[in-house]
Design a protein around this ligand. Structure first.
Ligand SMILES: O=C(O)C(=O)c1ccccc1S
Ligand SMILES: [Ca+2]
Ligand SMILES: [Mn+2]
Length: 263
């Protein structure tokens, strides 16, 4: 089948509903959970603000529009290599310079929802990933690897979503070894999480602090955070669309993540 035939079949399938578009994005507004870092070491993204310019009234009789105060790393978002010091020197490491070919790619969904429900500090290991590959097929070069935890169920309550206590945040994520494996052995396109960031909540205290950020961006590869509805995606076979805004020299961007899945 030629690429032209494939596109024609895709168009038909989208219109007849045999390929569904799944929204993998959380609501973006003043109530969207935002990362809270220890105030002694870092500043945080300010709260999201949506300001009305007009709404069909005397400031714009026929139109409505707003202006936004919005951090790059807000809500469901894309992490570019420049987001981390290990990726700072890549000429194609900001959202406006990344090859757009990467913004549409196959997705592997590793279901850790039961483990995350039992242990909010659950860490995915290389053994887990290899067992998953044995059952579902190998992760191929250029594909996303997404950790399904169903953590999106908490995304309307920042305290629950961040799940922090006196010892810090407790949310699931990958071990450094998993990201190392995905980058060096599998040459994956990147790593996605349903939590506030690509790293586990406790990752600031790991031997390599924040290893997912460190290693993904060291390899000039990408992260996705605060994804939703991964429970609606198959283990393999979905195509994920993750185009960031073309923010000049941007380190990341809120996205409307969507997945194409067979009905
Ligand atoms: O990329 C993010 O939004 C994120 O999760 C993050 C940002 C800055 C510092 C630590 C982390 S962990
Ligand atoms: Ca869901
Ligand atoms: Mn981010």
């Amino acid at each position: 089948m030629t690429a032209k035939d494939t596109l024609a079949h895709l168009a038909t399938a989208l219109l007849d509903g045999s390929i569904k578009v799944i929204d993998c994005t959380g609501p973006l507004g003043p109530n969207t959970p935002l990362l809270k870092l220890p105030p002694e070491i870092a500043d945080d993204t300010p709260p999201i603000e949506i300001h009305q310019i007009s709404r069909y009234g005397d400031r714009g009789p026929f139109w409505a529009w707003n202006w936004l105060k919005l951090g790059e790393h807000s809500g469901t978002h894309f992490d570019a290599p420049h987001h981390w010091i290990t990726g700072k020197d890549y000429a194609d490491g900001s959202v406006d310079t990344i090859d757009p070919q990467y913004f549409m790619a196959p997705a592997n969904v590793i279901d850790c929802s039961k483990q995350a429900a039992e242990d909010p500090d659950f860490l995915l290991t290389v053994d887990h990933v290899k067992s998953w590959e044995a059952e579902n097929g190998e992760i191929q070069e250029g594909e996303w690897v997404l950790m399904r935890t169903d953590w999106d169920q908490y995304n309307t309550d920042e305290a629950k979503f961040l799940n922090a206590d006196e010892s810090g945040p407790h949310t699931p994520g990958p071990t450094a070894e998993v990201i190392q494996y995905l980058m060096e052995e599998k040459k994956a396109l990147g790593w996605g999480s349903q939590c506030i960031g690509t790293d586990a909540g406790a990752a600031g205290g790991f031997e390599i602090p924040f290893p997912a950020h460190n290693l993904l961006h060291k390899h000039n590869r990408y992260g996705l955070a605060s994804l939703t509805n991964l429970d609606k995606l198959p283990a393999k076979g979905a195509i994920l669309v993750t185009a960031p805004l073309k923010i000049v020299e941007g380190t990341g961007s809120p996205i409307r993540a969507i997945a194409l899945v067979a009905a």
